[in-house]
Design a binder for this molecule. Structure first.
Ligand SMILES: [Fe+2]
Length: 263
């Protein structure tokens, strides 16, 4: 059998297995999160002939969310939050721990320092640290930046800087949304203090973070990976970005700006 034919045959077997899992889960009335877990188990069992590596328990850990999974509804649904935090962020933490497992000196570093100093990370784990260290740092910030109800607007020095750089808050929000929509594939849109002290909007692919490229300080960032919104918004990334502002904790953004000014 040709390689292409083998791949097609494998896909058909997996698709059949997934359909059976989903049908069983639905028939038993099990929640979607269980079906996702079943999907993971099927995927792993089909494609891994050796046991899954043991995941080190540290040094990096996943903190619990500071609010319930349902707390950001209707803007971000509970199922998305549960999978995003409990599955995706947990996977970044696990894979970062695996990446540094053979390097005690990396285990001593904060995740932010790892991604700021990727050139110092051994080459054989550099990409893993970039992707998973970035994923851990980005998501940790993301959860902290949101809050039930959200505090309504930026204030103080951040409000002044937004007015000076963008004209008003609405224009800043539009710039972030445009960056998020313009990010091809997965990535993040950011409001940062750049190396020259100016407040700018930028975007990065994958789990990259502006801190990887220099002395940028992050004020806020929004996850535009499909895993952040697809259950509720499907392909409507713009609707998700507009709704996301309702969750932003501007008190935290204000604090981050004050810290950036303080250096
Ligand atoms: Fe994410």
């Amino acid at each position: 059998m040709s390689q292409i034919m083998q791949r097609l045959a494998t896909r058909r077997r997996v698709a059949g297995g997934l359909t059976a899992v989903a049908t069983t889960a639905l028939a038993q009335g099990r929640p979607l999160v269980d079906r996702v877990a079943a999907y993971d188990r099927v995927t792993v069992s089909r494609f891994q002939s050796t046991p899954v590596d043991t995941v080190p328990a540290g040094p990096f850990t996943l903190d619990p969310l500071p609010y319930d999974y349902a707390a950001l509804e209707p803007h971000i649904d509970a199922m998305t939050m549960e999978i995003h935090h409990g599955k995706h962020h947990q996977a970044y933490v696990d894979n970062l721990n695996k990446a540094v497992a053979e390097y005690p000196e990396l285990q001593e570093m904060a995740a932010e320092d790892l991604i700021r100093n990727l050139d110092a990370v051994p080459e054989d784990v550099r990409t893993a640290v970039r992707n998973n260290g970035g994923g851990h740092v980005n998501h940790t910030m993301f959860w902290e930046l949101m809050t039930p109800g959200g505090s309504s607007e930026p204030t103080g020095a951040l409000a002044d800087a937004i007015a000076a750089e963008f004209g008003d808050v609405a224009a800043m929000k539009e710039a972030v949304e445009t960056a998020g929509l313009g990010q091809f594939g997965s990535g993040w849109a950011w409001l940062i203090v750049d190396v020259d002290g100016s407040l700018v909007v930028t975007k990065t692919p994958n789990q990259d973070n502006p801190m990887m490229e220099g002395e940028a300080r992050i004020i806020l960032g929004v996850d535009v990976w499909e895993h952040a919104y697809y259950l509720n918004y499907q392909n409507r990334r713009k609707d998700y970005l507009v709704a996301w502002w309702n969750t932003v904790n501007w008190d935290i953004a204000n604090e981050r700006y004050e810290q950036a000014l303080a250096g």
